[in-house]
Design a binder for this molecule. Structure first.
Ligand code: CTP
Ligand code: MG
Length: 223
């Protein structure tokens, strides 16, 4: 059976609220609850572990297992994985993406099974043109990337347990700090990662503007 790890241990500095970002109200309840509700409705998932700031363990939703997160995101994933010794595959999801639908978790799990890959990760095709600039002056364009090959990566990310364990448990703190997503750690270890096409509406709440946008998207979904 599958297990799900939700990382919710960040402080939300860019959002600037009075509490951890995962506990900020969205659509009338703590942001974290939206992800828990979606995951609860996925039959393949038998357990949900939530990494929270050490002072907020009492705020874990009912029926989930709470664990204190680490100093950086991937360290929080590692703590949650350690708190959940069994279960394969492992779904990793950011509490900061409260709009991920249950169907997306199911599609990612199904693609992992079908493909035999080490990881299947939600991502949206890039719609902006992406250019590289010279780091020495920060503005001279050096290259325009081929947009057709670019994907903006999201969560959920679904892993074969052994691949995630190999990537995370053995990684030093410097590598964990450099990782903006766990799939990169699996790629570094030689694993095969596939994208699962997702909607750009599965936004990450980073700034107050994102929170406003998420409220609008939720209101629209309820009509
Ligand atoms: N996260 C975590 N442990 C950390 C850092 C981040 O569990 N030490 C989680 C966040 O709770 C969030 C996800 O990783 O669900 C993505 O991180 P981000 O959007 O950067 O959230 P914060 O770190 O909370 O925000 P900020 O960087 O603005 O402080
Ligand atoms: Mg952060």
């Amino acid at each position: 059976m599958a297990v799900a790890l939700i990382v919710a241990a960040g402080r939300g500095e860019r959002l600037g609220s009075d509490r951890p970002k995962a506990l900020v109200t969205l659509g009338g309840r703590p942001m974290l609850e939206w992800s828990v509700e979606a995951l609860r409705s996925v039959p393949a998932i038998e357990r949900i572990v939530v990494a929270l700031p050490a002072g907020a363990l009492g705020d874990a939703p009912e029926g989930t297992v709470a664990v204190a997160g680490g100093a950086v995101r991937s360290a929080s994933v590692r703590e949650a994985l350690r708190a959940c010794p069994e279960g394969d595959p492992v779904v990793v999801h950011d509490a900061a993406r409260p709009l991920a639908p249950a169907r997306l978790f199911e599609r990612a799990l199904a693609q992992l099974e079908r493909s035999g890959a080490d990881a299947a990760i939600a991502a949206a095709p890039v719609s902006d043109t992406i250019k590289e600039v010279d780091p020495s002056d920060g503005r001279t364009v050096t290259r325009t990337l081929d947009r057709a090959r670019l994907w903006a990566v999201q969560t959920p990310q679904v892993f074969r347990r052994d691949a995630l364990e190999r990537a995370l448990i053995g990684a030093g703190d410097d590598v964990l700090t450099a990782a903006t997503d766990d799939a990169w750690l699996v790629e570094q270890a030689g694993g095969r990662v596939e994208v699962v096409e997702s909607s750009p509406a599965n936004i990450k709440i980073t700034t107050p503007t994102d929170l406003t946008l998420a409220e609008l998207l939720l209101a629209e979904a309820r009509v």
